[in-house]
Write a protein that binds this ligand. Structure first.
Ligand code: 6PG
Length: 246
């Protein structure tokens, strides 16, 4: 499957384009089905997108019909500086005063990480079916080619049935040994639309391998995302090693 790759000057341009795409997808979903479910990515890249969406004000999107989910979460409390939920709450949820009934965070603070994954999977399947079909999945990519919390060589890469798992990881990118709660490839690949947002020169080597290298999803887990409508919104720095990069 040939990936759609769209290159932007920098993170701001990329984020504005992502805001436009999210808006179009959300409005179409609400028009067609009365609701829209979006799985958000974590890390730092999407923060600008969330800030732009918040700056547009509540009226720019049918937020009362949009359900927010997460593609992964760190096993920390929701007010921890590393929490993906906290970043989203500060950049998007609080500024737009989104309804808590539409915000479905991963209970990653639970001491039993498997129970947290099972609880989230149960909530997800009850809302979106089996497999859960998101209208949009936003993904980032780490400098090691991971996406969500599907890290190179980690057990979750081989998960073919479950949609949410607790994934033990040991990676300098994840700040050493930890457990992450993550959606799996079967869940991510069931989405109607998938958009990767990738910015920064530190991603260039992995992006070349993921998009133009030989199939090697254990080493470059972003290659696991193959179904549906997948597009990559990348900045010039991240795209520097791609063939045909202008
Ligand atoms: C996380 C993310 C992760 C992220 C990449 C890129 O919890 O960290 O879900 O998959 O998207 O690591 O992170 P940056 O956007 O910070 O480069």
């Amino acid at each position: 499957m040939t990936a759609q790759i769209r290159t932007y000057e920098g993170l701001d341009d990329l984020s504005r384009a992502a805001a436009d795409e999210l808006t179009a997808i959300a409005k179409a979903a609400v028009a067609a089905r009365g609701s829209c479910s979006i799985a958000l990515s974590g890390g730092s890249t999407p923060k600008r997108l969330f800030q732009l969406l918040a700056a547009q004000g509540r009226g720019a999107l049918p937020w009362d019909q949009i359900d927010l989910w997460w593609g992964d979460e760190r096993t920390v409390p929701p007010d921890h500086p590393d929490s993906n939920y906290r970043m989203t709450r500060e950049a998007l949820i609080d500024p737009l005063q989104l309804s808590p009934t539409r915000v479905h965070r991963i209970p990653a603070e639970l001491p039993d990480h498997d129970a947290a994954a099972t609880a989230y999977e149960r909530e997800l399947v009850a809302a979106l079916g089996s497999p859960p079909v998101f209208d949009l999945v936003l993904l980032g990519m780490g400098p090691d080619g991971h996406t969500a919390s599907l890290f190179p060589g980690s057990p979750a890469l081989r998960e073919a049935k479950r949609f949410v798992v607790a994934n033990p990881v040991d990676s300098p990118v994840a700040k050493g040994k930890t457990t992450r709660i993550t959606l799996t490839a079967p869940a991510l690949n069931a989405a109607r639309h998938v958009r990767f947002l990738v910015a920064g020169a530190d991603k260039a080597d992995s992006l070349e391998q993921v998009l133009e290298g030989p199939p090697n999803p254990i080493k470059y887990p972003s290659q696991l995302i193959v179904n549906g409508d997948v597009a990559w919104l990348v900045d010039r720095a991240a795209a520097a090693r791609l063939r045909g990069n202008p």
